[in-house]
Design a protein. Structure first.
Length: 244
């Protein structure tokens, strides 16, 4: 099983990276978390004949802007979109003419609420702390627990979903030492403390601020601050590949 960080920026694209999208290539299928502009890179990875599961945390534009290209290379593949109950119509209001090509007949929607599910995959979801409703997920893939939690501030559901995860994919939207509890985002130290408290094996930080981190070196400096709290912390970059 491999994890591909297709886009690691929050908010908008820069020369450092594209907006948020993460792909897992597993035996159960291709699992994609969020559909920012980085999702265009999935075109070269979706080569096997197996289903695609797209989990949308929420509908902020940096998480769905990639839909303008995504349907062009998934139109002949089985595509499951998992999103919060009530968001299907909102998404279809955007992914349509005159804004972009609409989704095809191959799409199967799964509108979900908080809880545990066994279809179309084994996963759990909980609401996180964000200015607009945002879901975090924990999936059972190849006997590994993968937690995906962004956009979020510190909250009980973040810790619960992260508990004993083999890998936690979370965020570092804020620079070290900065907090914004009203909006709901994490800095690297906060992410590391969650990982330590939740007994996570490995923690990956993505959805990285583009107005706070000017370059990759600043991301690496922030990574060091996280490592001081939780050693197995990694600040992701576009095109990073992790193997489990």
């Amino acid at each position: 099983m491999k994890i591909y960080f297709l886009g690691t920026n929050g908010w908008y694209d820069t020369k450092i990276g594209n907006t948020i999208s993460t792909l897992i290539d597993s035996r159960e299928g291709y699992i994609i978390f969020d559909a920012g502009d980085g999702i265009y890179k999935a075109k070269k990875l979706l080569i096997e004949n197996k289903p695609i599961y797209l989990f949308l945390s929420h509908l902020h534009l940096d998480h769905i802007s990639g839909f303008h290209i995504f349907p062009t290379f998934t139109k002949d593949k089985e595509l499951h979109i998992i999103l919060e109950k009530g968001n299907k119509q909102l998404l279809e209001n955007i992914v349509c003419h005159p804004y972009m090509c609409p989704l095809g007949n191959n799409v199967i929607f799964h509108e979900i609420e908080e809880g545990s599910y066994h279809e179309p995959l084994n996963f759990e979801c909980q609401k996180l702390k964000h200015v607009d409703s945002s879901l975090g997920f924990k999936l059972d893939l190849e006997s590994k627990n993968i937690a995906y939690c962004l956009d979020t501030g510190i909250c009980d559901n973040l810790t619960a979903l992260s508990k004993n995860a083999d890998i936690l994919i979370t965020e570092a939207s804020l620079i070290p030492g900065k907090s914004n509890p009203k909006w709901g985002h994490l800095n690297p130290e906060e992410a590391a403390r969650v990982a330590k408290e939740a007994n996570v094996k490995r923690m990956m930080m993505t959805h990285i601020s583009v107005d706070g981190y000017a370059n990759i070196n600043e991301r690496k400096e922030a990574e060091k601050k996280a490592k001081n709290i939780f050693e197995n912390s990694i600040m992701a970059e576009d095109d990073l590949i992790i193997e489990l």
